[in-house]
Design a binder for this molecule. Structure first.
Ligand code: ADP
Ligand code: MG
Length: 269
């Protein structure tokens, strides 16, 4: 279980995340929605400790993550794998090596320096590539891939970390609808089959509704909604995406569908 207690982050006089109190059970698939600047990315980065909190705590199974240092902090970052909108692969390396890089958290500095991977790690990488359906591109350079392929490589790399949780920051914002579906289906499948908790920021409401059984709405750093997709009434959506005057932005969020022609996947919950 992961608990955020009064978690806050200030940038200058701006409160990017303002006193977030949230609890996540193991195995949840959670969508975080809100306008640009609402604090979604900061929230995910605070959990992974890419960003340090100004106030409050992150507690994982009773351990205060906020206090971890050195080796323990590295282990925490391995357990909370990040996925980014821009994939963040090493362009000049092939897919297999990019995926193996997910093991870096678990390796000694010497092994990292000489990029020495064990046979067991290589076997694991092959398994993970197969899991994501991208074995055929294992030897391709990362910069020769489509966006959808790159994001699947990034997910494969994340799995190599053996994470308890995947933190995905707008994983499909740069993808066309077909690739967006492939990537969201992959995240859902990993969530359901491996029981890995998935927290994902999503820029379209439809995607969050389709894939997540719990949705968190953020506005100006505050958690303004936390519940099931069915509970997202018009009034709630206005509190998340803004009042009239910002009408255009609201309409855009409500009508834009990144997955237009696609059927709802079978969510076995
Ligand atoms: N490194 C930073 N330095 C200064 N301000 C930041 C930084 N990161 C985020 N912010 C500010 O914090 C607020 C929340 O940003 P962010 O978490 O990126 O929102 P979202 O992901 O919902 O678009 C915004 O006002 C943003 O400008
Ligand atoms: Mg963001």
């Amino acid at each position: 279980m992961l608990e955020l207690v009064q978690l806050s982050r200030r940038f200058g006089d701006k409160l990017a995340v303002a006193g977030a109190n949230l609890t996540f059970a193991r195995g949840e698939m959670v969508g975080i929605i809100g306008r640009s600047g609402a604090g979604k990315s900061t929230l995910l980065r605070l959990i992974n400790r890419l960003i340090e909190p100004s106030d409050g705590r992150v507690i994982a199974d009773g351990t205060d993550v906020t206090a971890l240092r050195g080796r323990e902090l590295r282990a925490w970052r391995a357990r909370t794998a990040m996925i980014f909108q821009q994939f963040n692969l090493v362009n000049r390396l092939d897919v297999l090596t990019n995926v193996l890089c997910g093991r870096l958290y678990h390796m000694s500095t010497a092994r990292v320096l000489f990029k020495v991977f064990t046979p067991a790690e290589r076997a694991m990488a092959v398994h993970v590539l197969d899991r994501l359906g991208i074995t055929d591109i294992a030897m391709n350079r990362a910069d020769a891939l489509s966006g959808g392929q790159q994001q699947r490589v990034a997910i494969a790399r994340a799995l190599m970390q053996e994470p308890a949780m995947i933190l995905a920051d707008e994983p499909i914002a740069s993808l066309d609808p077909m690739n967006a579906k492939i990537v969201m289906d992959a995240l859902l499948d990993i969530n359901q089959r491996e029981g890995i908790t998935v927290l994902t920021n999503l820029h379209t409401l439809d995607t969050a509704r389709t894939y997540c059984q719990r949705i968190i709405g953020m506005s100006a750093g505050l958690i303004v909604f936390d519940g099931k997709p069915e509970a997202l009434t018009d009034a709630v959506l206005r509190s998340i995406y803004g009042q009239s005057g910002d009408g255009q932005a609201v309409d855009e969020q409500l009508t834009s569908t990144s997955l237009p022609m696609l059927a709802r996947p079978a969510v076995a919950r």
